[in-house]
Design a protein around this ligand. Sequence first.
Ligand SMILES: Cc1cc2nc3c(=O)[nH]c(=O)nc-3n(C[C@H](O)[C@H](O)[C@H](O)COP(=O)(O)O)c2cc1C
Length: 183
Amino acid sequence: MLKYLVVYASETGNTKQIADEIFYALPSDSKEEINVRSWNGRHDAETYFIGYWVNRGTCSLEIIDLITSLHRKNVAFFGTCGMGNDPDYYKSVESMATVWLPDDNRYLGSYFCQGSMPVTIRDRYEALRPKLGDSAVDRMIAIFDEGQRHPDKKDLLRANVFTDTAIRKIPTANDYSKIMDIF
Ligand SMILES: Cc1cc2nc3c(=O)[nH]c(=O)nc-3n(C[C@H](O)[C@H](O)[C@H](O)COP(=O)(O)O)c2cc1C
């Protein structure tokens, strides 16, 4: 069994960039990175980093299938979405995955950042001007334009730090032996 498996869904490459950084940060040769479309249950690991992008308010069925299949694993989530810099929104994005995670796994936390979106979405925002008014649409466009610069170097650095923080939550054999010393 592998020590670490990074599995991601990514349509336009943003989430894959984060997956690549997490994979790079993992301190072991016993690791693999795969697109969720190639995941088939034969890939197994002690620790999973599972990445997704937010698509119309949720994550893909393939990701949900993977999460619900996991038992007695260490699990962390990561991903990208259209919005940035909003911890409350990131909490709701996190819950899209945690809600499916069986209780017998050890949850290591999550990391999310903003990702760029196709320009067709900007055009759709513009078309909403008559309905929503200029100030609302200007705010949406500003978020969109900021997103075009993400994930950036800082996002990748934060993903790297997150990886380190997450794996420190996994008890080591040494931790277990200290517990056994008590008895
Ligand atoms: C069809 C579509 C639907 C989207 N829906 C949402 C959404 O509901 N909420 C959100 O925050 N971002 C949404 N986004 C933005 C994506 O989550 C964002 O662009 C993400 O970084 C894409 O990741 P990827 O490059 O790994 O595919 C949507 C993007 C597309 C193209």
